[in-house]
Design a protein around this ligand. Structure first.
Ligand code: HEC
Length: 138
């Protein structure tokens, strides 16, 4: 029985540590989610609808006015076989990360001067949604 108060005290200390750690972890998670919002907030379902704006020139599986899109997220720019890219995009050396796609859709010619896509999406949320949709088209 003499050990009971000690065990109780240890339990109190452990709960206090877990509580403190929990707060720290929540704060860290909140900070992390703020940092990744531009890339992670996209809604792929909304993006699917918004992608209709791209289909005047692109499709997922056929080269058209623009190159086909399936698998574009993570791909090196200007590398779809059978599509006649501008020299600027073909030699850009860029990889289509979500961040680069966001910059591209904001203003293609600013990202790759000499690129021949004349279309942009001004709304950041819509860009994120479209990128989330494209990321699912593996
Ligand atoms: C008016 C026609 C047009 C529209 C609309 C258009 N694009 Fe493009 N897109 C192009 C052309 C042309 C290229 C090739 C650019 C080059 O070779 O410089 C291209 C290239 C791209 C590339 C580079 C792909 C690669 O293989 O490197 C991406 C990504 C892209 N477009 C995304 C989009 C998205 C997403 C939309 C809709 C929000 C869109 N485009 C709307 C014409 C268009």
């Amino acid at each position: 029985m003499t050990s009971f108060p000690t065990a109780a005290k240890l339990t109190v200390i452990a709960v206090a540590i877990v509580g403190a750690t929990g707060v720290t972890a929540r704060h860290a998670a909140a900070a992390a989610s703020v940092a990744v919002v531009p890339q992670s907030a996209g809604d792929p379902v909304a993006g699917r609808t918004l992608y209709q704006a791209c289909t005047g020139c692109h499709s997922l599986d056929e080269n058209d006015v623009g190159p086909r899109h399936r698998g574009v997220v993570g791909r090196k720019a200007g590398t779809v076989p059978g599509y006649a890219y501008s020299a600027a995009l073909r030699t850009s050396g860029m990889v289509w990360t979500p961040a680069n796609l966001d910059r591209w859709l904001t203003n293609p010619q600013k990202v790759v001067p000499g690129a021949k896509m004349y279309f942009s999406v001004a709304n950041p949320k819509q860009r994120a949604d479209i990128i989330a949709y494209l990321a699912q088209q593996r």
